[in-house]
Write a protein that binds this ligand. Structure first.
Ligand SMILES: Nc1ncnc2c1ncn2[C@@H]1O[C@H](COP(=O)(O)OP(=O)(O)OP(=O)(O)O)[C@@H](O)[C@H]1O
Length: 286
């Protein structure tokens, strides 16, 4: 679960500090415009706690700051102000490579998640070596890699586990996303970031990948933050839904309140809160 608050008194917000896998305090990120005169505040002093093993969905308007927040968590962007803790350690000023063994990211574009020229097995070998911080030319344990890959891939029911020697470039988009999630699973990360990871797939494949992803993160208790424009996906596959707008978190839903709300009501609430409609694709994606 996430607990959101806007004061430094965590107990007042009913927070359980020891259970936070991710903590942001006053997290601010600005971008300077092309003319170097305008400054855009992409994240505006965000306070956020993501409880260990919970799954959180980030939704919101275009330009709300969702991808920026994921990039801050990943370490590909650094905060201008504020604190980011992962597992109770300040990491806000550390680059991504220092977090590489703790965090996995599945991107929206299937082509960005696997190395097409390598075999599926080799992609898994790299993922596993990354987990063990053992990059380089040393030989990998083929049997162990194939075993881990087979176990993880079989969950998707796409038959990819029988194609481990084939180039990853021969896979369809949905199969690549399945491989990407399976590679993340074998790394058993402390934090999994999903950046619209099923939005480029046809509805049937998207459903399978989304459902198996949730099965995996629940089974392995992986703390997960996912960005999605699909409100029903957010409601169905998360414990908590956070809505962002102009660099702030403007809505925070969990528990019975989240379970009782439908996507049309969620969209109406958002429009009421921020005075503008969500992008059409938010509703079309349902
Ligand atoms: N590298 C950058 N340089 C300048 N401005 C940026 C940069 N990255 C993001 N921004 C700006 O920061 C704001 C937040 O962008 P971000 O990509 O985080 O939004 P988002 O919620 O992910 O949007 P979308 O749903 O459209 O992907 C936007 O106004 C965007 O133009």
């Amino acid at each position: 679960m996430i607990v959101l608050h806007h004061s430094s008194d965590s107990s007042a917000a009913g927070m359980h500090p020891s259970l936070s896998a991710v903590r942001l305090r006053g997290a601010t990120k600005r971008f300077v415009g092309l003319g170097k005169k305008e400054v855009l505040t992409a994240l505006d002093s965000i306070d956020l706690d993501v409880e260990e093993s919970s799954c959180v969905a980030l939704i919101g308007s275009n330009g709300a700051g969702k991808s920026t927040l994921l990039s801050i968590l990943m370490g590909t962007l650094l905060l201008d102000e504020g604190v980011l803790q992962l597992d109770h350690q300040d990491v806000g000023e550390q680059p991504s490579w220092k977090r590489a063994d703790k965090i996995a990211l599945v991107r929206q574009n299937p082509e960005h998640n696997v190395l097409s020229a390598l075999s599926i097995e080799e992609n898994f070998a790299l993922a596993i070596m990354g987990r063990e911080r053992a990059f380089g030319l040393r030989r990998y344990d083929r049997d162990a890699v194939r075993h881990a890959a087979t176990q993880a891939l079989a969950k998707f029911g796409m038959g990819i586990e029988s194609r481990l020697s084939e180039a990853a470039g021969t896979l369809s988009g949905g199969q690549r996303q399945a491989v990407a999630v399976a590679m993340a699973a074998v790394r058993n990360p402390r934090l999994l970031l999903l950046d619209e990871h099923v939005s480029a797939l046809d509805p049937k494949r998207a459903k399978v990948v989304a459902e198996v992803t949730e099965d995996i993160v629940r089974a392995q208790s992986i703390t997960t933050v996912m960005v999605t424009h699909d409100l029903s996906h957010a409601l169905k596959h998360s414990d908590r839904v956070l809505m962002m707008h102009r660099g702030r978190i403007v809505m925070d839903l969990s528990g019975d309140e989240k379970n009782a709300i439908g996507f049309t009501e969620l969209a109406s609430r958002f429009e009421h809160l921020v005075g503008e409609a969500l992008p059409d694709r938010t509703l079309l994606a349902v």
